[in-house]
Ligand binder design. Structure first.
Ligand code: NAP
Length: 233
C-alpha cells in the first residue's frame, strides 16, 4: 500500500462483500493501511447485508448517513448460484438461472450504487469501484459460453457507465469504475480454473488497490483490469 498516492491521509473506506475471497483480502490490506482512518466492512454473512434486497441495502446505508467515504469497493458477486454454474452451451440455458445472475451481479450493485454512492465525499477525490469480470466484455468475447454470467457482468458495466455520468453531476471529483480482478484463487473460480494461472487473493487485492489509488477523473465510467490496463466494453 505504500505506493498509494491520491487517497488522502486519513481516508475513510467502505467495503461491501468483505467476506469473500477477494473481499477478505481487501479488508486485510485496508486494515493494515495506516492512512485509512476508518474502514466500514460489510457482508451478508457477518452483517446481513443482502444486496439483492433493497430494504437491506437501504437499512445498512441509513446507518452510515453521517459518514463521508473516500473509497468504496463492492466485491460481491457469484458465478454459481443455487448450485447452477455457468452454461457451456445454449441448450443448458435456464431463464431462472440467468435471472438470478442478473439479480446478484447487476441489479444488486445498482442498488448499492443507489444507496451508497451518495455517501462519497463530495469535496475531495473519492474513488468507487465495482468488481466486474473481463468475460463481461462484449468486444473481448471470442470463446462464447457462460451466457448468463457474461451478460450479467455486461449489464453491470453499463450500469457503472451510466451511474458514473450522474455521479459527476453531484460529486464532481468522484470516480466510479468497473474493475476486473484477474483470475483469483477463490471459491468462485475454483471449479473452473483448471489450466488457468490464478493469483492469490492478497496479490490481486493489492494490485487493485494500487491501481485504484492512481485512477484519474478522466477514467471515471471506464472498465479496467487489476493492473490498470483498460478493457474494451
Ligand atoms: N475469483 C475470480 O477469479 C474472479 C474473476 C473475475 C471476476 N471476479 C469477480 O470478483 C468478485 C468477487 O469474487 P470472489 O472471487 O471474491 O468470490 P467469492 O469468494 O465467492 O465472494 C463472493 C462475495 O459475494 C458476496 N455475496 C454473494 N451474494 C450476495 C448477496 N446476495 N448479498 C451480499 N453479498 C453477497 C459473498 O458474501 P457472503 O459470503 O457474506 O454471503 C462474498 O462476500 C465477483 O464480482 C466476481 O464476479 C472474480
Amino acid at each position: 500500500m505504500q505506493e498509494m498516492s491520491s487517497l488522502p491521509d486519513g481516508y475513510n473506506a467502505l467495503l461491501i462483500g468483505a467476506s469473500g475471497g477477494i473481499g477478505s483480502a481487501m479488508r486485510k490490506l485496508l486494515e493494515e493501511d495506516r492512512r485509512c482512518r476508518e474502514l466500514v466492512a460489510l457482508s451478508r454473512k457477518h452483517d446481513g447485508l443482502d444486496i439483492t434486497e433493497e430494504n437491506s441495502v437501504a437499512m445498512h446505508s441509513e446507518k452510515l448517513l453521517n459518514k463521508n467515504f473516500h473509497l468504496l469497493i463492492c466485491a460481491t458477486g457469484a458465478l454459481t448460484i443455487d448450485g447452477i454454474g455457468p452454461e457451456k452451451a445454449l441448450k443448458q440455458f435456464d431463464p431462472n438461472a440467468m435471472a438470478a445472475q442478473f439479480r446478484l451481479n447487476a441489479i444488486g450493485p445498482a442498488l448499492v450504487m443507489k444507496h451508497f454512492l451518495p455517501l462519497l465525499d463530495r469535496k475531495t477525490h473519492a474513488i468507487s469501484a465495482f468488481l466486474s469480470a473481463r468475460v463481461g466484455s462484449i468486444g473481448d468475447n471470442r470463446l462464447g459460453g457462460w451466457i448468463s454470467y457474461r451478460s450479467s457482468k455486461a449489464a453491470l458495466n453499463q450500469i457503472i457507465r451510466t451511474a458514473s455520468i450522474e455521479l459527476r453531476r453531484t460529486h464532481p471529483k468522484a470516480i466510479l469504475v468497473g474493475i476486473h480482478p484477474g483470475t483469483v484463487e477463490t471459491d468462485l473460480s475454483e471449479p473452473f480454473s483448471r489450466g488457468h494461472d490464478r493469483m492469490p487473493p492478497l496479490g490481486a487485492a493489492s494490485r487493485m488497490l494500487k491501481t485504484l489509488d492512481l485512477v484519474t477523473s478522466d477514467q471515471s465510467g471506464s472498465f479496467i483490469a487489476y493492473d490498470g490496463s483498460s478493457i474494451e466494453w
